[in-house]
Design a protein around this ligand. Structure first.
Ligand code: SAM
Length: 281
């Protein structure tokens, strides 16, 4: 039989404290309807630590150093890391068939240097980063003559460790076109693939909270997908300002299909609901 501690839910007051804490640290909003979900997830961490009181776990969290592994374990429970390679195939079709040929043609005419900087913001376990790399390897002719940098960032340390390890299972690889899988990935065992060095050499991963400005030179393209949906309007505005700061003039922004930031993108050119271009002046 389950004990009371193993099944009871957070009270409204406790939910409120956890929600405010998470919001202040990450910009993510937990709605009151998520009471059961939050309770279940908190209990998993509390069980692992031998704590059976929501207030005691809350006190522990508020005292933690941001580098303490428990902070990341808490975040891993609370946030969604769902991702896989070639998610939203139409976006990668645009990237491979329109964007990359266009920059190639600009470079040929001497209108841009042979360099490309891309930021995959909230990249989770790196699947998006390796999708970008695979498209470049297959669609940018003479890419060895280009300076290519793909930065993947996420708030989750565990997710980034997986991204750096870059081992992708059957589910993550399911949408990767067969020809790309054969050319750019090596089978490690029956169920796992890893990207070849040509892709790895372009990638870099770094921990970053989207609520903070990223210290980096500007990017030609920024991909930020399936993360802003968890933020409220105030946090979306902060994140967008941080993204806009490091997007080059004339640069492209790829978002998820429903991030709810269209009112922030009024100054940008709308190419598709998920694709916007920053003015070049
Ligand atoms: C659902 S995944 C999206 C992964 C990928 N972009 C995609 O669309 O497949 C959301 C990611 O956002 C990250 N995240 C949540 N809040 C964040 C924040 N404040 N700063 C940076 N990353 C955050 C989570 O850790 C998680 O890995």
């Amino acid at each position: 039989m389950k004990t009371e501690a193993a099944t009871r839910q957070v009270t409204d007051r406790q939910l409120n404290r956890y929600a405010t804490f998470l919001y202040d640290r990450t910009g993510i909003r937990i709605s009151p309807q998520k009471k059961t979900l939050l309770s279940n997830r908190l209990r998993r961490r509390m069980k692992a630590l031998g704590i059976d009181d929501y207030d005691a776990y809350y006190e522990l969290l508020t005292r933690l150093d941001p580098n303490d592994p428990e902070w990341d374990a808490f975040l891993q429970e609370i946030t969604t890391h769902e991702t896989y390679l070639f998610r939203d195939p139409n976006q990668w079709e645009w990237f491979s068939k329109k964007y990359l040929p266009a920059i190639q043609s600009e470079a040929r005419k001497g209108q841009r240097p042979k360099s490309l900087r891309i930021w995959s913001a909230a990249c989770s376990t790196g699947d998006e980063v390796y999708t970008i790399a695979s498209c470049i390897a297959s669609s940018l002719a003479n890419h060895s003559q280009w300076k290519i940098e793909i930065l993947g960032t996420d708030i989750g340390i565990g997710a980034l460790e997986e991204a750096r390890e870059a081992r992708f299972g059957r589910r993550a690889m399911q949408q990767v076109p067969e020809s790309l899988r054969r050319r750019f990935f090596t089978k490690v065992d029956g169920e796992t693939w890893e990207p070849k060095p040509v892709l790895r050499n372009w990638t870099k991963f770094q921990q970053h909270n989207l609520m903070e400005p990223l210290k980096a030179r500007s990017f030609d393209l920024i991909v930020i997908k399936n993360v802003l949906i968890y933020f409220d309007p105030g946090s979306k505005k902060t994140v967008f300002a941080n993204v806009d700061r490091v997007l080059a003039k004339g640069g492209h922004l790829v978002t998820g299909p429903a991030e709810g930031i269209s009112d922030l993108l009024k100054a940008y050119e709308r190419i598709h609901p998920w694709l916007h271009r920053k003015p070049s002046k």
